[in-house]
Structures are given as structure tokens and as C-alpha cells.
Design a protein around this ligand. Structure first.
Ligand SMILES: Cc1cc2nc3c(=O)[nH]c(=O)nc-3n(C[C@H](O)[C@H](O)[C@H](O)COP(=O)(O)OP(=O)(O)OC[C@H]3O[C@@H](n4cnc5c(N)ncnc54)[C@H](O)[C@@H]3O)c2cc1C
Length: 432
């Protein structure tokens, strides 16, 4: 099957890397000491770096791989308000006031990225096309309609329902039961966004050292000593920005984030008329399944990018390509003979309370746990953590001092994932 499914020039690397190859940063010398060392050169680490470097701190960013190797050049480029739990769920756990400020923080991320991309003039195809969130059964459609009609006061977002009989205005399929349009959700080219950030961080005078894994962080009298695969560095402050790639370096964090592979494909170029029929708008798309599919047209409207979680355990890009293609053709039968040009994956970081977390543990700053919605949240919390390092009041967030839960049986390997995915998949098949 795979031999005809994969295009002759098929690649198991992100489609975005075609336009924005991994940055050639060379192998800069490691300084002996800096004010701030940042572990991880994705959106979180680079946004934190931009703040502290512009705040006058001597700053160093280290990544175990190429800069942006993690999710920040692999994602779907979909931007939402990024908070998973509902107001009612948060209010039950944290009280109404805290719930309000957490949801508000989600709105802030959307406003932040819109303003940031414009102010920094980052050329990354940022647009606000809105999202069509499709209902995978009639019950879900009703649930969405109720949620939109009863939005918490002061936290309303611009949204409207699209009934099934009008669905073709949004999406050329009969596979759904209508859905909701969230008018302010945005999109960008994630590789270009990362590159734009990288250039601004370099311009601010920060050294970014790729292929330099941090293996140990020890407290010292004047701050911290970082052991790396290329030598040691002293730093007054350390920011850990490793999200789904968090490992043994920070065991406390590792026990709190759950790395989950998210898989995505790009189709080969589609005829313009077919593209118009299947995706008449430039909206980003997702559905109401618990094991969600997210998809979109490429920024130039020549291809469809289609992502989701396709197996219970982790798998190869070749196997995920075949499975994602099957799901894609379930939605769009017309794509049965269309081949896949790219298939790739990355590790997102879930948390036990499905909230992002940012703060300090034993003097080390961190921001992570975006639960698959980190394009705006990672940059936003990276920025706020950078401001916290500088001691600025504007760095405070609703996530400060939130308990960061773990589980007694969890050490960093999500052994429960296959069972959880199978269970959610079963629920998705029921009319719930
Ligand atoms: C396929 C896919 C699709 C996605 N789609 C979307 C989407 O459409 N919308 C959305 O909002 N979010 C999406 N996400 C999630 C989003 O991309 C992430 O939340 C976000 O990029 C996280 O950024 P980050 O900087 O925190 O982490 P990352 O970009 O993952 O960077 C972490 C970095 O830390 C480095 N690192 C780890 N350990 C060490 C160490 N010991 N020493 C040095 N470096 C280390 C890694 O090499 C890595 O480069 C998607 C993710 C994936 C994988």
C-alpha cells in the first residue's frame, strides 16, 4: 500500500522545512559564564531569550538538536485560545476567580501573538481565517451550540454555529454533523515563525548553540553550573524550555509532563478546483473527537496538511502516513488516489490537569505542558518567564503558583497511553 501512497519524493521530515531549512548556526564557542542560560531553542526558549537579552542580560540558548528541532518547526500552525478545560471544570478545581483569569490568559495568548508578529514584522503567513470545529456526531453539535450560547460573562469569544445543511460552505464533506466557527482563531507557517524569532534573538546579541545537550544543572554559590556535551557554563539564572522533550535533566519536571507523539501529513499538490471544493475557505479545521483530527490548507492553498493521533503507541512516519491518509479519505473520499509528500511527528507535552505550567522550581524557571496547543501559549509564557527573570511585574501570569500535579506511578514514560488512546477512540465511536 505504502509504495503507491507515498509520492516519489516523499520525505519523513516536516513540510515546513522545505521553505525554511533548519538554521545553519555553526558551532559557536561556549562562553564560560552568562547571566541567563536557556535550555531548548523552540518558541518558549527563544521568546524567553528575546526578553532577557533585550533587558540587557548576557544570554545563551542551548539545544540538544538543531534550533527548532522540537515541536516549534513541526506543528500545524493553528492558533486558538489554548486552554483545554472549560470554565466550569476550572471553577470546580480552583474557584471562579482563578478560573476566570486562566481562561482570560488563553485569550491573552491570541492577542499576544497577533500583536507580536505585527510589531516584530515576522514574515510567517500569519492570518486570522477563523476555525471550523466540526461535530463528529449530532450530540456534539448540540453540545457546541449550548456552549456557545452560554459562554461565561466577560469571557465571550466570537463564534457561530454552522448547521449540517450549510456545512459545504466550510468544508466539502458530509462526514460531519455541522460545527462551530471560532472567528478569531489564526494560523501561520510555524517554520517561518520560528525562523523569525531566531533571527531576532540572534540580533539581540544572544548566542544559540545547537547540538549541545545539557546533561546536568547544579546549584552553585553564584547561581548554577550547567554541564553540556560541549563543556560547562555558569549562569545566574536558568530557564528550562524543553516541553515534550523534557528528559532526565529535570526529573521533577519529567514526572509532570507526558510526552505524546502527534502525527501529521502533507498531501502532494492538489488541483485548484479540488482544493476549492474541499476547502472553500482558508480556515483552520479540527473536529470534536477526543482523539482529535486537525487540518488546514497550506498557506499557498496547494496542499492539505492533516494531523492527529493514529496509533495507541508511537510509530514510524511511514505507518502514520498510511493511517492518516485513511482518516483523511474518510472525510474526503475524493482524495483516495492522492499521494503523501511529507509525513512527520513530534512530541507534545500533556499534563495531568491539561493546563500549561510556568514558574520556578528550586530556583530554575520553566514553562511547558501546552497539551498540543502551544503555538501562541509557548511564545506567550516564554515571554512572561523572560520578564520574571528580569523581575518585571508584567511577567506575572494566572499560572503562577498553580499546583503542578504528577501521579505516584508516573516517572516520565507514559505507559498508560495505549490504554487511554484505545478508550478515547472507543468513546469517539459512541453517540456521546
Ligand atoms: C505534529 C504537531 C502538530 C502540532 N500542531 C499544533 C497546532 O496546530 N497548534 C498549536 O498551538 N500547537 C501545535 N503543536 C504543539 C506546539 O508545536 C508546541 O506546543 C510548541 O511548539 C512547544 O514549543 P516549545 O518551545 O515549548 O518546545 P519545543 O519546540 O518542542 O522545543 C523543545 C526543545 O528542547 C530541546 N531539548 C530537550 N532537552 C534538552 C536538553 N537536555 N538540552 C538541550 N536541549 C534540549 C529539544 O531538542 C527541543 O528542540 C503541535 C505539535 C506537533 C508535534
Amino acid at each position: 500500500m505504502t509504495s503507491t501512497l507515498l509520492a516519489p519524493d516523499f520525505k519523513s521530515t516536516p513540510f515546513w522545512w522545505e521553505r525554511t531549512p533548519r538554521p545553519a548556526l555553526g558551532a559557536p564557542e561556549l562562553p564560560r559564564a552568562v547571566d541567563v542560560a536557556i535550555v531548548g531553542a523552540g518558541y518558549t526558549g527563544l521568546c524567553a531569550a528575546l526578553q532577557v537579552a533585550r533587558g540587557g542580560r548576557d544570554t545563551l540558548v542551548l539545544d540538544a538538536e538543531d534550533a527548532g528541532y522540537g515541536c516549534s518547526s513541526r506543528n500545524g500552525g493553528q492558533i486558538s485560545t489554548s486552554i483545554k478545560p472549560t470554565f466550569a471544570e476550572l471553577a470546580r478545581q480552583h474557584g471562579a476567580e482563578k478560573a476566570f483569569s486562566i481562561i482570560q490568559e488563553g485569550h491573552n495568548t491570541l492577542a499576544w501573538i497577533t500583536q507580536f508578529v505585527a510589531e516584530e514584522r515576522i514574515d510567517c503567513d500569519f492570518t486570522v481565517p477563523g476555525r471550523f470545529h466540526a461535530a463528529h456526531n449530532a450530540r456534539q453539535y448540540e453540545r457546541m451550540a449550548r456552549a456557545i450560547a452560554a459562554q461565561p460573562r466577560g469571557l465571550e469569544v466570537a463564534a457561530h454555529m454552522v448547521p449540517r445543511q450549510e456545512q459545504h460552505k466550510e468544508l466539502g464533506t458530509d462526514a460531519y454533523f455541522g460545527g462551530a466557527v471560532f472567528e478569531q482563531h489564526a494560523s501561520l507557517d510555524p517554520g517561518r515563525f520560528h525562523q523569525g524569532l531566531l533571527e531576532r534573538v540572534l540580533h539581540a546579541g544572544t548566542a544559540i548553540v545547537p547540538h549541545c545537550a545539557v546533561t546536568r544543572i547544579e546549584r552553585s554559590s553564584s547561581g548554577f553550573t550547567l554541564s553540556t556535551t560541549r563543556g560547562t557554563v555558569k549562569a545566574r539564572d536558568v530557564v528550562v524550555a524543553t516541553n515534550g522533550y523534557t528528559g532526565e535533566l529535570t526529573p521533577w519536571l519529567r514526572r509532570r509532563v507526558i510526552p505524546i507523539g502527534s502525527y501529521i501529513i502533507a498531501t502532494e499538490t492538489l488541483p485548484p478546483a479540488l482544493m476549492e471544493r474541499l476547502m472553500p475557505t482558508q480556515r483552520i479545521l479540527s473536529d470534536s473527537r477526543r482523539v482529535v483530527y486537525y487540518y488546514r490548507p497550506s498557506p499557498d492553498r496547494t496542499r492539505i496538511l492533516f494531523g492527529g493521533r493514529v496509533t495507541s503507541g508511537e510509530t514510524s512516519p511511514q505507518i502514520s502516513a498510511a493511517l492518516l491518509h485513511r482518516s483523511l479519505t474518510h472525510i474526503f473520499p475524493e482524495l483516495a488516489d492522492i499521494r503523501i509528500s511529507h509525513s512527520w511527528m513530534g512530541f507534545v507535552a500533556y499534563t495531568f490537569d491539561t493546563l500549561a505550567h510556568a514558574g520556578q522550581h528550586e530556583g530554575i524557571y520553566y514553562a511547558m505542558g501546552y497539551c498540543g496547543s502551544g503555538v501562541s501559549m509557548a511564545g506567550y509564557l516564554g515571554t512572561r518567564i523572560g520578564q520574571q527573570v528580569l523581575g518585571l511585574a508584567e511577567g506575572r501570569t494566572a499560572f503562577d503558583n498553580l499546583p503542578f500535579p504528577t501521579h505516584p506511578l508516573y516517572g516520565g514514560r507514559p505507559w498508560f497511553l495505549p490504554a487511554a488512546v484505545a478508550w478515547y477512540r472507543l468513546l469517539d465511536r459512541l453517540p456521546l
